[in-house]
Design a protein around this ligand. Structure first.
Ligand code: FAD
Ligand code: NAD
Length: 426
């Protein structure tokens, strides 16, 4: 049994939604495009899951955050796909792929063949088991990657008002979930191995600002250590988290955010991998001409840095998706992807944006006590990265533009003095 399509997108997340919109804009015929997703719902804006979805009042629920509302584009509901003749094969896991034969085999036993395949399988959350911690099937341990996880997290949160949560991990999930737990009136302790939160991106000075803000909301931090085990009650529920130094933290629920692994498994040994992802060229094309990769799973050349990177952020998923479709549909008019990395987060009343690369010497600027501050990263005499908390739309646009232009910076003291003015004057 089988079906054949011209274009198949494997994975139904953010990148898939934006690719579908681009296909429809460039003009495809009914029945040419199919999206296969393990998730039972049409593509949605994943960032909502750790923000609006977790609010106690008027939480975001589908269909309100289907792609592509996150980029102020059309909202692609299941009806939209139907109207545009795009086949959605939902709740269906692809269990093997054969790139020579151009076929995918689903867990339901169907073979789907393609002329062009776009891999948009994203990533999965790393599990504590992979770090040697056992006993993780407890109903009050939560991960957060997809809608099912988020729905479960909401249920657990609702049973824990005024009680204690331990958040494992000091990255994006840890920080955003800790804020949401506080908003849901839950007492939060964060535990992570680094000396400061968001260590992949923030400087210690920037981290201190956010940690102090979180502390003012009642969050406790235990840094420089990891958990070693859990204590459970007779029903298997976690009742406490035991840290490596023996500290015991009573816990009514646990949220874990310890990083991700790209979903490359179906293609290992068939196409070239790099940086843990699927290697593509500037047209998002893999080592097999008929196969493209986009979003979290793709390792692509970032022209500005002159090297291959794999990014785990929504803007990159959206734009790499559009670029791949442009390269497929208009090959002669499409050059290489020229992407400026952009990361952001919103927690409590705070909101920051970062553009570029966080390498080299750092110059902080602004007024940390007033909550409007940032940093520039200078590498080999050029501005390569910029961070801003509490900026206006124009100010964020200015740091983005400055980072793309990479101006030479000779005098760090003068740069610090000018602060945001430096970016605004470019
Ligand atoms: P995904 O959106 O993860 O989609 C992958 C899809 O592929 C899923 O539907 C999955 O089920 C499906 N799939 C995988 N394997 C198979 C298979 N074998 N068969 C069928 N289907 C399969 N980034 C930001 O920049 N800002 C944010 O504020 C932000 N917030 C986030 C909040 C949360 C809770 C999470 C989890 C991520 C957040 N991100 C954020 C990151 C951002 O969501 C990702 O970068 C983005 O979703 C990547 O898109 P993608 O399409 O590559 O992968
Ligand atoms: P992350 O890489 O941001 O952070 C992982 C954190 O896990 C590290 O900071 C570290 O503190 C901790 N850690 C690692 N190993 C550990 C261990 N053995 N025990 C305890 N702690 C450990 O990953 P994440 O926070 O899990 O986020 C998952 C994905 O979701 C990422 O791709 C991220 O980009 C994405 N995301 C992005 C946003 C955003 O951009 N605003 C928001 C949410 C999620």
């Amino acid at each position: 049994m089988g079906r054949a399509f011209v274009y198949v997108i494997l994975g139904g997340g953010v990148a898939a939604g934006y690719a579908a919109l681009e296909f429809s804009r460039r003009g495809i015929s009914r029945g040419e495009l199919c999206i296969i997703s393990e998730e039972p719902v049409a593509p949605y804006e994943r960032p909502a899951l750790s923000k609006g979805f977790l609010l106690p009042e008027a939480p975001a629920r589908l269909p309100s955050f289907h792609t592509c509302v996150g980029a102020n584009e059309e909202r692609l509901t299941p009806k939209w796909y139907k109207e545009h003749g795009i086949e959605l094969v939902l709740g269906t896991r692809v269990k093997s792929a054969d790139v020579k034969r151009k076929t995918l085999l689903t867990a339901t036993g169907e073979t789907i063949s393609y002329k062009i395949l776009i891999i948009a399988t994203g990533a999965r959350a790393l599990k504590l088991e992979e770090f040697g911690v056992n006993g993780l099937d407890a109903e009050n341990i939560c991960y957060l990657r997809d809608l099912a996880d988020a729905t479960r997290l909401v249920g657990v949160m609702q049973s824990c008002a005024e009680k204690n949560a331990v958040v494992i991990g000091g990255g994006y999930i840890g920080m955003e979930c800790a804020a949401s737990l506080v908003i849901n009136k839950i007492n939060v302790t964060m535990v992570f191995p680094e000396a400061h939160c968001m260590a992949r991106l923030f400087t210690p000075k920037i981290s201190s600002y956010y940690e102090d803000f979180y502390k003012s909301k009642g969050v406790k931090f235990i840094k420089g250590t990891v958990l070693s085990s859990f204590e459970n009650d007779s029903s298997g529920k976690v009742t406490a988290v035991i840290l490596r130094d023996g500290t015991r933290l009573p816990a009514d629920m646990v949220v874990v955010g310890i990083g991700i692994r790209p979903n490359t498994g179906l293609f290992e040994g068939q196409i070239t991998l790099e940086k843990g992802g699927i290697k593509v060229n500037g047209r998002m094309q893999t080592s097999n001409n008929s196969v493209y990769a986009i979003g979290d799973v793709a390792a692509f050349p970032v022209k500005l840095f002159g090297e291959i990177r794999r990014l785990e952020h929504v803007d990159s998923a959206r734009k790499s998706a559009r670029h791949a479709v442009a390269a497929i549909m208009s090959p002669d008019k499409t050059g290489d992807f020229d992407y400026l990395p952009f990361f952001y987060s919103r927690v409590f009343t705070l909101s920051w944006q970062f553009y570029g690369d966080n390498v080299g010497e750092v110059v902080h600027y602004g007024d940390f006590s007033a909550g409007i501050f940032g940093a520039y990263w200078i590498n080999k005499g050029q501005l390569v990265g910029a961070f801003l908390e509490g900026g206006t739309k124009e100010e964020y646009e200015a740091i983005a533009k400055a980072t793309r232009l990479r101006p030479m910076v000779k005098d760090m003291i003068e740069l610090e003095r000018q602060g945001l003015g430096f970016a605004l004057s470019i």
